[in-house]
Design a protein around this ligand. Structure first.
Ligand code: 16G
Length: 250
């Protein structure tokens, strides 16, 4: 990995299109790139801080800073006494409002969805309460099984006001990409996370045993003007995902 990484780091430094003056951010990008390009697989160890500093002619403080940010993002994990590794589980920072597609691409995994439902219909009483919509409003409903490479990772049911997303077929792979194109990418979200045992149908879809641990997440996302843009309920596989949050004292 050391040579691939140092080649990538040097390439970034020489790239005239790269205007990043800070070495630790360039190194972070180089590590991200080698993971995304599958030049190094999950579970592999990163060269030691000392070796990286020597090979890349950087200070250890710079290398440490680059690594710390990627540990926080969930791309790398550190095991005490053993070193730093490319994360095997998918670590999802809870402080960033990202999409499934973005999360997977960042880790070099190919996202894919199987649609069970992609329709337009009338809002239910529960949805109208959750989304602040008047009874009778139209909504788009998506029910999807979400894959990373060819492995099923999550089941998602999303509801989006038709006033924001007029045609369900505008969502091809990513809901957030479709919303972005409409100028309605969510800016803020409220999320509730709950531990669940996956029922028979969910377990069958996610290729795990019935009763396996899952994470049930409800997300309500908002536009800048306060309108609710999505109400999504997801069931993520508990054996693969870690949700992490950074906490601060007041
Ligand atoms: C994530 C979101 C979900 C959102 C989806 C959009 C969580 C817990 N949930 O799965 O609310 O609708 O991403 O992904 O993170 P997409 O743009 O790939 O369709």
């Amino acid at each position: 990995m050391e040579t691939t990484l140092s080649k990538e780091y040097r390439r970034i430094c020489r790239d005239p299109a790269n205007h990043q003056p800070l070495a630790y951010l360039r190194l972070r990008q180089a590590i991200r790139n080698v993971v995304q390009q599958h030049d190094v697989e999950p579970g592999h160890a990163l060269p030691s801080e000392r070796d990286l500093a020597l090979v890349l002619k950087l200070s250890r403080v710079t290398v440490r800073k680059a690594i710390a940010g990627l540990v926080e993002e969930g791309l790398l994990t550190q095991r005490h006494g053993a070193g730093t590794f490319i994360a095997e589980r998918i670590v999802k920072p809870m402080s960033r409002l990202t999409s499934f597609t973005e999360d997977l691409r960042e880790r070099g995994l190919r996202p894919r969805s199987e649609f069970f439902e992609r329709v337009i219909g009338e809002v239910t009483p529960e949805e109208s309460m959750a989304m602040n919509l008047s009874p009778g409003s139209l909504v788009v409903r998506l029910h999807r099984l979400r894959y990373g490479q060819d492995e099923p990772l999550a089941i998602e049911r999303s509801v989006v006001p038709a006033s924001v997303l007029p045609d369900p077929m505008l969502v091809r792979d990513s809901l957030y990409e479709a919303l972005e194109q409409l100028g309605c990418r969510p800016r803020r979200a409220l999320q509730r996370l709950r531990a669940v045992s996956l029922n028979a149908q969910q377990a069958r879809l996610l290729h795990v045993a019935v009763g396996s641990a899952g994470l049930n997440i409800e997300r309500r996302s908002f536009l800048d003007d306060g309108r609710v843009v999505e109400f999504t309920t997801s069931w993520y596989r508990g054996d693969i995902y870690d949700f992490v949050a950074e906490l601060h004292t007041d």
